[in-house]
Design a binder for this molecule. Structure first.
Ligand SMILES: [Zn+2]
Length: 148
């Protein structure tokens, strides 16, 4: 029997997987080592911290100061050009296929890998800002069929 692994996030944004082995369900961290479940108090405290981080008025300028790797990634994406000698260009192929979306997710948001040390960058807000800025830096789709 194969164990089913379902990834989810705990109240502190850590990725945890609920692994069912036969009838036994335990919680494991990314390395597969067991962790205990959080108490209500711990979850409430983590939620409060998360709310505080999400409501912080974060900006792009501050993000790249907090983690220069974000601006390195942005510059790399800015270097992607639509080669007009080719028949088409697809921004979404570059975004998903070339892994830029994964790169963003590894630096900011809830699933950073390795774990982003700055709490303000482990937020949905940081993810949305960086996602929008980086995706927007790609050239527009041309003759690719994305939008019909
Ligand atoms: Zn496209």
């Amino acid at each position: 029997m194969t164990a089913k692994t379902k990834y989810r996030h705990d109240a502190e944004d850590r990725v945890i997987a609920s692994v069912s082995i036969d009838e036994i369900t335990c919680y494991v961290d990314e390395d597969g080592s067991p962790i205990r479940e959080y108490t209500k108090e711990e979850r409430d405290a983590a939620q409060k911290e998360s709310d505080a981080a999400e409501s912080y008025p974060l900006t792009w300028e501050e993000i790249i100061k907090l983690d220069p790797r974000v601006s390195d990634l942005y510059r790399e994406i800015c270097g992607v050009k639509d080669d007009k000698s080719k028949k088409s260009f697809c921004a979404n192929t570059a975004w998903y296929g070339d892994g830029f979306k994964d790169d963003v997710g590894n630096l900011v948001g809830f699933s950073t890998k390795p774990k982003q040390p700055n709490r303000l960058l482990r937020t949905m807000k940081a993810y949305d800002i960086v996602y929008g800025k980086c995706y927007g830096a790609l050239p527009n789709c041309r003759n690719c069929g994305c939008y019909g």
